[in-house]
Design a protein around this ligand. Sequence first.
Ligand code: DLZ
Length: 162
Amino acid sequence: MASALHNLSSYDPSKVPDGSGKVIGIVVSEWNEEVTGALLEGAHNTLVKHGVNADDIIVKTVPGSFELVYGAAAMLELAEVDAVIAIGCVIRGDTPHFDYICQGTTQGLAELNCRAEVPVIYGLLTCNTMQQALDRCGGALGNKGDECAVTALKMIDFMDTI
Ligand code: DLZ
């Protein structure tokens, strides 16, 4: 969780496995595009910084965060990827809709993560306000996209070395 004490973009680069030759799928939601676009940029830049070839990053968009589960499942089935990163942003509104989307998407991604042969990385921001989201996509608290990229490379290495 990002906080005043933890910036999503701060990590020890010496502990990030090299991503050369790895293929990463990224599924990104169009809802709150200002935020998800910045998360995607963070993830993409960090993957490339750690050796992933830009041509080996497959990006597909889905309409909303709820569709991330289907999109990630399709990518796992149809593309030869070493990891999938799911990127979305849900902002609380006036109705309980927020809770259902967050819960459904989170549970769906968690189930995929357990079943899939390669890791599924959780890049869903669940925020009470747009400001909280902006703080976490390159603002005051860093960029969750960076964190997702680092996590993907670490989990690929986990699988390679287990
Ligand atoms: C419907 C909806 C609403 C109200 N809010 C968001 C949101 O903040 N972030 C997001 O990613 N998606 C939202 N959606 C769309 C749903 O995720 C989904 O696309 C629709 O319910 C159609 O399945």
